[in-house]
Design a protein around this ligand. Structure first.
Ligand code: BV8
Ligand code: ZN
Length: 257
């Protein structure tokens, strides 16, 4: 049984606004490797070696191939009980903002209504020169012919719509994440090692701004010492039990799926 406090349940059931920072760990139970686990075909690469503009320009086909592989994994994956519990929390809290570092689209597919994608979304590609959206399948077709995918309109290289190391985060996403953090009565940090900035600063900023901050992770992280409560366990087990406890405490409602 996950060990969270009655105080957390009480605060969640009385909260007007809950903000949740998620990282790769919440998608681990959907079969999507975190950045730490060996990732099969790409085991010999550090993500930082591929998730940056220099690597892309140096070898566009390799980087396009890596993201195509990851997109295929994402397309075959399903949201898990952790993603679904965050969507279900919306029945008990007036405003739930999911601020995610993940690019796998699983929070959207789980039905969360406010998903702020700090690092973009791997299901979307665009041309680096004219910025036109790339039609689905553009990368697949080029890679299968052993060449980098290029824009049919201007011949520019096609890239995934994700934020690479050294790139600025989308200003509108940062603005929305800042607002959600400032308004949060409770801030949850779920499945993130909290080492990548500026995303990793949100749990600390939330606490400075008066939120009650709890972390859900099987391990300790970069913010474990900075939060009010650290719940040791996998998101797919902890979050459904936590949301059920909130449902029970506010007069009960439908159990989480
Ligand atoms: C920026 C999208 C301004 C792409 C990602 C030098 C030069 C330039 C920049 C820097 C520099 N030094 C530092 C920086 C800043 C840099 C940074 O923070 N680097 C780190 C490595 C030190 N940040 C940036 O570059 C950002 N931009 O700063 O712009 C700027 C501009 C120019 C110069 C200076 C500054 C952009 C960062 C975004 C990078 N893009 N992703 C893609 O996905 O391919 S980052 C990527 O890695 C993820 O999005 C995520 O953010 C990060 C991994 O973190 P996690 O999600 O936490 O995953 P991780 O595997 O680490 O941890 C998983 C956790 O889950 C673990 O704790 C595990 O215990 C737990 N877990 C496992 N199973 C479960 C579980 N938890 C719950 N349940 C389970 N079942
Ligand atoms: Zn173009």
């Amino acid at each position: 049984m996950p060990d969270f406090s009655d105080a957390l349940v009480d605060r969640l059931s009385r909260a007007d606004h809950v903000a949740v920072l998620t990282g790769a760990g919440i998608s681990a139970e959907s079969g999507i490797s975190t950045f730490r686990d060996p990732d099969g075909l790409w085991e010999e690469f550090e993500p930082q070696e591929l998730a940056n503009v220099e690597a892309f320009l140096d070898n566009p086909e390799l980087v396009q191939g890596w993201y195509r592989h990851r997109r295929q994994v994402v397309e075959e994956a399903e949201p898990n009980a952790g993603h679904r519990a965050l969507a279900a929390l919306e029945a008990h809290v007036p405003a739930v903002s999911v601020v995610t570092q993940n690019v796998d689209d699983l929070h959207n597919r789980a039905g969360s209504s406010t998903v702020i994608e700090l690092h973009g979304n791997i299901t979307h590609n665009y041309c680096v020169d004219c910025e036109r959206d790339a039609a689905p399948g553009t990368v697949d077709a080029a890679i299968q012919h052993g060449q980098p995918a290029r824009c049919p309109d201007c011949d520019g290289l096609i890239r995934p719509d994700v934020v690479w190391f050294g790139e600025m985060l989308p200003p509108d996403a940062v603005e929305r994440a800042d607002a959600a953090t400032a308004q949060a009565d409770v801030f949850l940090s779920v499945g993130t090692s909290a080492v990548v900035y500026p995303a990793a600063r949100y749990p600390v900023v939330a606490r400075e701004q008066g939120a009650y901050v709890a972390e859900v992770n099987p391990d300790t992280t970069g913010v474990t010492d900075a939060v009010d409560e650290s719940i040791r366990g996998p998101a797919g087990e902890v979050l459904p039990v936590l949301v059920d406890a909130v449902a029970d405490s506010d007069g009960g409602a439908e159990p989480t799926p």
